[in-house]
Design a protein around this ligand. Sequence first.
Ligand code: DC
Length: 228
Amino acid sequence: MDKITIAIDGYSSCGKSTLAKQLATKLNYTYVDSGAMYRAITLYAIENGLASKEDVDASRLIPQLDKIDIDLKFDSKTGGVTTFLNGRNVEEDIRTMQVSEVVSHVSVIKEVRAKLRASQQELGKRGGVVMDGRDIGTAVFPHAEMKLFMTASPEVRALRRFNELKEKGKNVSLEEVRANLVSRDNEDTSRKEDPLIRAEDAVVLDNSNLTPNEQLALVLSWVKERTI
Ligand code: DC
């Protein structure tokens, strides 16, 4: 069976990465978390005093982009993902609320998007890739054989994310998580460069009332239709 490219876009915390990892494991594809790449650049900017919740110093960040090396490792057996920033494992550090609160501001920078789009296209060149993000079906892989646009109600998404953070021992309130989701949705859909929009040929998947297993079975049936 030919290996296709699967592009998954959608709002924050609607389970894109859970589905993407399951698909990659099941199909023996590579999973690429494009959001982790935006988060890694954001972490670099925060650590180097170039970005905070209030402000991003794009004019100083842009000339440093060449110095930022991001590497993603995916273990298709366990579904485990690790993100490296200049050789350092930052998988935990990029998932904090601090990074979540700054990442949308860094993602609007054209030069940041151009750098990451080029690496994402390189990673997907040979097919057999599941990539999730905000502009995968529109800007990164406009010719992907399978495009999904995922959505779920803000309440369902906030609760899922809140439980995830709580499990990791993070001390945040549900309201804080919900506010962050809503503000990221707004920024991601309204930015000038590659905003989050549904590609015309993307299948909409609202998983508010689907279990992960029901969702996986449904999507695998769609993938099958596109690979035979
Ligand atoms: O998928 P995530 O929530 O980890 O992504 C974090 C942020 O990165 C998201 O709010 C917007 C940005 N992003 C983007 O602009 N384009 C992508 N393809 C992926 C993420």
